[in-house]
Design a protein around this ligand. Sequence first.
Ligand code: MN
Length: 417
Amino acid sequence: MSKKKTRATVPFAALTHVGNVRALNEDSLLALPPLYAVADGLGGHQSGEVASALAIEALRDHAPKNPDPIALARAVQTANQAVISGIAKGTGREGMGTTMTAVMVQNGRAVFAQVGDSRAYLLRSRSLTQVTEDHSVVAEMMRAGHLTADEARRHPQRSVITRALGSDPNLSVDTFDITVLRGDRLLLCSDGLTTMVEDSHIQEILASSLDPNHAAEKLIQAALDAGGVDNISVIIIDITEEAGANVAALKVAKKKRPRSKLWLWALLWLALVAAVGVGVYYATMSYVEGRAYISVSEAVGIGAERTIYISRGLPGHILNHNLTFETAATRVDFSLLAPEFQAKLLLTPTYPNFTDATSDLITMVQRSPLYFESAELLLQEGIFETAAGGGQPNLPRESDQTREFDQSDQPDLETLP
Ligand code: MN
């Protein structure tokens, strides 16, 4: 790694701190331009620090010479093997593991490989973006929409990770490949920083301290001030060269084009397919939402009454997706309707819109001989159970209707509110 001629010095800072609570620092760092990495060891005394050190050592020995996402991911997999065999050889303990977030920065390109919840961020034009995605339980809950970023940061299970080096020999490694510009600043850090300090505060510190060492010290101090319950590690890398500044390196990169282009095309295709899918989905849903249907509840037992409902949407499901948006119970007495109307309603008729469905039901009431006497009163008071004084139907909220209406045929909409 040292055969290369000395490059223009890359301003970077790498700092780690045991924190206020832990007796031992289980994080390990690597800052060997153009390669940088943070590993956060897990497993407690005489395990975590062994796992993170083994992983960093293996990464250092197997990292590619130039930024290449596949080669870097392969080096992380080698590091994974090193931790696994460390357990087998008794270097560390059973159950030890480590996160790994690595980056190679060269010629306007930053290539990341990541497993676990140590993060990489990009500060560009004073604004901060998280590059990596945490492999953690709370991150998955966040992605599913069950937690906000702030709730995730305070969640008791916030340090439970779903992927780490040291257990699965077929570990999958995330890679990210971004173009970096002069003036950009990269941050790698362990969760000891991100669970203590909000992104907005991290951004403020990174944007206000020119010297990467000052910025790193301030970040660690902020985590300590906020409690410092975990080990805190921070690597800051400042980008000082323009993309493509090094012509020789550019030629090397060109040779590798076919493979990376294939990746790009695959990604573009995936993005296109996803975009079309999302478009079709929303178009379908807005069409469905405009439609309406009338349904009748089951009559359970002799003399049981059937309730007639008018719903926005269409009956049934598509791919497990309930197509009913809102449902209103009516006060129309099914048993008083003429037999042909009863038969029609039992077939769950659909309509272009809610108004048409409502007026068709009103027509049925008016044309049913048995209903005739009381039809006027019913229509005056409004046909909907929840309507007040014959006004607009007061549709129940979606969460109310799914409970009342969907007992028989739509059980799978019972998601969390
Ligand atoms: Mn940690």
